[in-house]
Structure formats: structure tokens, C-alpha cells
Design a protein around this ligand. Sequence first.
Ligand SMILES: [Zn+2]
Length: 428
Amino acid sequence: MSYDYLLKDASIIDEEGNISNHQNIYIQDSIIRKVTHEEELYFAKQQIDCSELYVTPGLVNLHTHSPMNIFKGMAEDVHIDDWFNKVIWPFESKMTGDDVYCGALGAIEEMIDNGVTAFADHYMYADRICDAVIKTGIKGDIAPAIFGVAKDFNDTLENCSELISKINGAHTRLHVRIGPHSPYTCPEDTLKTIIDRAKALGVGIHIHVSETHEQVEQSIEKYSKTPFEILKEAGGFDIPSIIAHGLWISDEDRKYLNDKTVLAVSPKTYMKLSMGTGHLWDRSWELPLCTGTDGAASSNTLNPLEQAKMFALIGKLIKTSTEYDLRFMWKMLMRGHEALPFNSGKVKEGYAADLVVWDLRTCNTAPVYNPLASLLYSADSRNVLYTFIDGRPLKKNGQVQIEQNSSALFSLSRDIMNRGQGVTNLSF
Ligand SMILES: [Zn+2]
């Protein structure tokens, strides 16, 4: 038997944070074929000496808007209302499919650099994000954004359904689900129509829920229900749901969560836009928490490790230093794999070879008394030596292998400023 890769003599950190040393990992095609500490070595076309290195499942970015990379740094030091209403939505209204493609490529390059093997995206022109996923080799779970309040609601839903029929089942690295933007931009009837369609197509949804305190208050005032209750009544908890944020989830709302639900949280955005600490840090262990980065327009970086670190630090600041321990945070980082259909998240035979090889010998992480502490609190992209996706090293020896996209982003940013802002009927 010959294999494509042997990661030789590695220390594996599994999805629970357990460490096993002196492991040989054999990869063939896109799959982990063998994990063994046997001395006998089988032939592999390429061997990587991992005797001083750590191997983990890849990182997952479970909530982002990858094309918003093109607005990174555009709206700083502003109130959240102005962030949406005066900057982002007016500029977004003039965005084209080509802009989306360019932004997604830049985002994917950054994510691979950070050790991300799969991401869940939520945006318009989703077909172009799918193109970027196919071109680069990363794994993507893409949700075309749908606004129930938009005039073209029906057309958008039909286009989304067509994309689902075309993509799902035809690509192993790509999956499409439906992305109702939020209960506040999808009136109840439209939200139910979207969820019924998702059920008919056998897919889940990806939606923003209870992001701010004001959003919850307005929902109660208008409908006498929280955004979570609205989602419940529309059937949103009957199907797999990636819920972005849920920052202001109430005690009552918690009872709707089930094993088909995950909460993708992005604490850097909450801090940046003064969204408060909400209720995510109350009995966090009850919640199915995963890390997302949100779009780079609010978070500036696309690094799930950084989000996990911030989640832990906020928790320790407002609760106690003994909570949000390393294993809790590591499991939160890894849980995103369970929400995606890519057979990933374990360094075990039969699982997708979506792996990160970490070098913790650099000045920011050395010495390594506790590898989980080094990863969660000290590491960054410089420690990601390899990012394997489906058995292919898209980052190799510290260098991202896909085409570099920064100069295209610079020229697009000039274009965006020349085009200026358009008119939007959206209001935050
Ligand atoms: Zn978002």
C-alpha cells in the first residue's frame, strides 16, 4: 500500500483536547487512512517529520461574510447603527458579483493562512462565493442571503433553490443552505416560506438572531415575541440551523435549542460595535457554542483562534478566571465541524484529511508547557506550518499555496470609493 502523505511521529491534539504523542498519520486521496504509533513505516510519496510538531483537526469559521473583506477598515469608531445604515449597507448596495468573488478569494487566502479548513458563509451573489471555493480548494458551506423585505424576495429564493439543486451532491467540498438574513429583515410569513423551502430541499439555514438588545426589544414591542420565538414558530429549529450570534438569547429562548442547532459567536464584533456581553456568558456550558469571525468589515481578521481567545477573556473578565478553561474553549473551536457536512473534525481513520500542522517553537509560543494554552492564547498564523484540506496542503512550509489576492483587493478598494454609496431600503 502506498500513501500520498505520512505525517511522521506527530503529537496529535484531538477534538476534545487530548494529546497522543508519536503518531504516524497516513493520508491517501482526501482521507486519513491510518493513524498508528507502530514503528513499522509504510511507503508514502511524501513524508513530513512532525516529531517536534502538533497535528489537530482544521479550524472552522462557522459564521462569516467572506466578501466583506473588501470593506475591511472602512467603518471604524462608529455607532453600530451608523456602521450599517451610513456605511456598510449603502456601499454594499453597489456591490457586484465580481466584487464578491474578489473579496471571497482574499478571505479564503487569509483563512487558509490561519489554519481554517472550512467556513460557513452568508452573503449575496453566493454563486460567486461557490466559484471561489471551487477554485481555491477550501471547504465552504454557503448560504445565499435572503431578505424577506426585499422587492425581489421571490426571485432570490428561486435562485437560491436552483443553486442548491446544482451544487449539493455534485461537489464534495461545497454545500449550500438557505440564508434568511434575520427575523427583523424577514417578516414572519417570508421566514416561514424560506424555512418550508429549506425543508423541501433537505437543507438547513444560516441566520442572524438576537444580535443586539434593541433588536430583541423591538421584536417584543412589534410581535410580542423574541427573535428566537419567531424563528421557533416558523419552524427554524426543526432543521439544522447555524444561528449567528444569539448574543441576547433569553433564558426562555434556550429551550428551543436542540442537537440540530449551533450558535456561531464572534466576540470581536461585539466588542468593536459595543453590542454588550448579552447572555452568552451566562451558563455558557448549556449552549452549543462555535466560533465564527463575522465579516472582516467588523472583525478585521478571519481567525477563529482569536475569537475563541476573546470569548474566554471576556468570560474570565466578567465571571471568574476558573471558567472558560482550555478544554472548554478548544471544544468550542472544534464543534463547528459537527455542523458541517464534510466528515471532518477528527484525526481518525476514515475522516477527511482536513488538518493543521502547528509549529509552536517560535518566540510567541515557546516554551510549551501546555500545548492547548500555547494554541489558544499565544499562537497565530505564523504557527500554522501546514493547512491540509482534503489531503492537499494549501499551506505548505508556512506559505499559502493559492494565488495571492492582495493587489486585486487594493485596486478594488479604489473602485469602490470612486463608485461611492448607493441607496438601500434596509435599516438596522
Ligand atoms: Zn453576520
